[in-house]
Design a protein around this ligand. Sequence first.
Ligand code: G4P
Length: 545
Amino acid sequence: MTISPKQLASEVDRRRTFAIISHPDAGKTTLTEKLLLYGGAIHLAGSVKSRRAAKHAVSDWMELEQQRGISITSSVLQFPYYNYAINLLDTPGHADFSEDTYRTLAAADSAIMLVDIAKGVEPQTKKLFKVCRMRKLPIFTFVNKMDREGIPPLEIMEDIERTLGINLVPINWPVGMGRTFMGVYDRDKKKVLKFDAEGRHGESILAIEELDIDDPQIKNKLGVAQYRQFIEEIELLEIAAEPFDLQKVRNGELSPMFFGSAMTNFGIEPFMDRFVEMAPSPDDVPTPHKSPKDQDFSGFVFKIQANMNPSHRDRLAFVRIMSGQFTADMQAILLRENRTIKLAYPQTFMADDREGVKEAYPGDIIGLYDPGTFRIGDTICTKKDVGFVDIPRFSPEHFAIVEIKEALKRKALTKGLQQLSEEGAIQIFKQPYLGDKDVIVGAVGILQFEVLKFRLEHEYKVHVNLRSLGFKYARWVEGEGFDEAAFDRADYTKVLIDRDGLPLVLFRNDWAMTYVKGQYPGLVFLANPPGTPGLEELHGAGWEF
Ligand code: G4P
């Protein structure tokens, strides 16, 4: 059913689509669970025996992910928070999956940056922050694990500001730390929000009691010296901290800062309540395209994933809706092929659970059944007046020959490699003159090879050996005078053919690349296939490739 422009506008305005970025172990899984708990999407109280079980149930999909205890795939979760409709994009924390993270951030309107109070800014946080910066995403800072002893709050604030080069505006300030942590001081209300310590393990939503700053309970808990320091700090903030400015927040120049403890549920509600107010709706994000409130539907594919759930052996394309109303089974144009397709079996996500969706709105992430129709970066729309920029690819840095253990499984191997490369997790290449034999795979991070092996075994029942080739860079070639045979003869270079039949050269090291460039001034070496946007701009941002 078509909705009125007014209804569409109200659906857009209540959407918040964001990602959480952090270094592994900062508490992203825990915070995600707590947001779901507070949003009423799950009921942890009494129903979950251990946190491990809860973690399993909520956002860790893949077995490998669980075994290794790291987050590999980006999950998408949709849940309500009061009148808001939340789309939460979970990003992999490990550096080897940074390309997946980059794609996921292309679908987000803002990001929550999680920092562990004991550790401060960690390497992966720094990298992810830089990507957010490049995309000018508004960033909200949540300092976690305040129930533990850590870096004093003023110092952590300075650490974040200095390391990341962003200004912070504390929205609240911790009252105590570790054993004395009792809540947060709300700088607007000028009240201490005290949490009930009953729910130490965070199974249930905590009641919040508002205290005046001179309430004796605070002094009793902190002790005289710590209480005095707390008062001095909040007085100092009044004088020295940058004033809150929503426009600067929306421009990604100023990050609102919050303190809390995801595990014990301290500070979750005050954070979420302010976050949904300040974070941009899809309509607050400047776009070169049409307004999200335009009636014509449009969206883009930012992720493809096969076999997400072993009980549904299928493949989904994740679409971020950019404008108009989506309705199940609607017809839309796949811009790349200029043909009309039916958007069938749309789904929304709740980790393992998928639900059919009848309608969706700008900001929403939906999964479309994908029999091989979509590519990452595809635009789908009802009017051909949009076209979202291609999502850039990272140039692979690790290369390996795929050696099959059981020759009879070659068909399954080809299918597996094809599907996994369409997800963007790996790239597949052929060697000239060898045809389909001895496929070579390329990946940005070495862990992707482990995932590839694991998924081939579990999802396609093929056992392979990946024999590493000691090359470091892949460069596509443009220009006159490219002699494939000469490049293939040298032991510091190797020629491959990509999925579109284009030649590329692998280089063993920096020296080889510099040498070859000197030898062939007429050739241009590109980090991505000609015509595809690359990530050259990330060079200066500290991403290794
Ligand atoms: P991640 O997704 O960012 O990798 O982190 P995750 O939520 O898995 O949290 C990493 C560890 O930090 C977990 O402990 C978790 O319980 C703990 N943690 C998260 N938030 C807080 C907090 O606010 N305070 C404290 N003290 N700890 C917190 P673990 O021992 O690795 O796992 P588990 O045995 O608790 O599942």
